[in-house]
Design a protein around this ligand. Structure first.
Ligand SMILES: CC(C)(COP(=O)(O)OP(=O)(O)OC[C@H]1O[C@@H](n2cnc3c(N)ncnc32)[C@H](O)[C@@H]1OP(=O)(O)O)[C@@H](O)C(=O)NCCC(=O)NCCS
Length: 181
């Protein structure tokens, strides 16, 4: 497997709409995305704007996943804490791509944005594979927001908040939260 990352450009909007609608996304509020809604959100800058950048995750030339990095701030020197959303197509899951992509993303942010001190990620408590990926990539559980993740036609579930520090990334360490401090 030869995983590469290519920045999303608007010219690829139909490819992105295909990607988002050819699969379903169980742990998201919108499990089955609507093609027109995806196209509209692309036009409105949801996937690329001043503080958002998105990347295809490709194996050879095939799009196997997509990652959207947001809250990057107004410019490359901004210190706002970024977040991300990652989607791997179901037939490519559990092959290590999610982990490779999150590691790439962390390297990308800390290498290209000198004033980023941390990256955050929030996921549903029952999204076991995402939680495993985050933990394998050096993220630490920092929060649990009870019954905060909306689920359509069902009761809310807990959200788990993770973070990775630039200092840990630089030193190849994982610093636990000091809960008793
Ligand atoms: C979450 C997601 C990005 C992970 O990507 P991926 O390519 O499958 O991840 P990886 O293969 O790198 O790692 C998945 C890990 O979870 C483990 N896993 C998967 N399902 C599991 C389960 N039900 N119980 C325990 N472990 C599980 C795998 O064994 C693997 O761990 P390992 O490498 O130690 O064996 C992918 O599943 C996805 O796109 N899901 C739908 C969208 C989504 O939920 N995105 C996150 C939004 S916050």
């Amino acid at each position: 497997m030869n995983i590469t990352f290519n920045e999303f450009i608007l010219e690829d909007k139909h490819l992105l709409a295909d990607f988002m609608t050819f699969d379903s996304w169980n742990f998201h509020l919108t499990v089955n995305m609507d093609r027109d809604e995806v196209l509209k959100s692309i036009e409105e800058g949801f996937y690329s704007n001043n503080s958002t950048r998105s990347f295809w995750i490709k194996d050879e030339n095939e799009a196997v996943g997509f990652v959207r990095l947001f809250d990057l701030g107004k410019d490359v020197d901004d210190s706002e804490t970024p977040l991300f959303d990652i989607k791997i197509h179901s037939k490519f899951r559990n092959k290590g791509i999610g982990c490779k992509a999150v590691k790439w993303l962390v390297d990308f942010v800390f290498t290209n944005y000198p004033n980023k001190f941390r990256i955050e990620s929030f996921t549903r408590i029952d999204n076991t594979s995402m939680r495993k990926v985050l933990e394998k990539c050096g993220f630490v559980k920092e929060a649990q927001f009870r019954k905060s993740w909306r689920v359509l036609d069902s009761e809310n579930v807990d959200t788990i908040g993770y973070g990775i520090l630039k200092t840990d990334w630089l030193n190849n360490t994982v610093t636990p939260v000091e809960w008793d401090k």
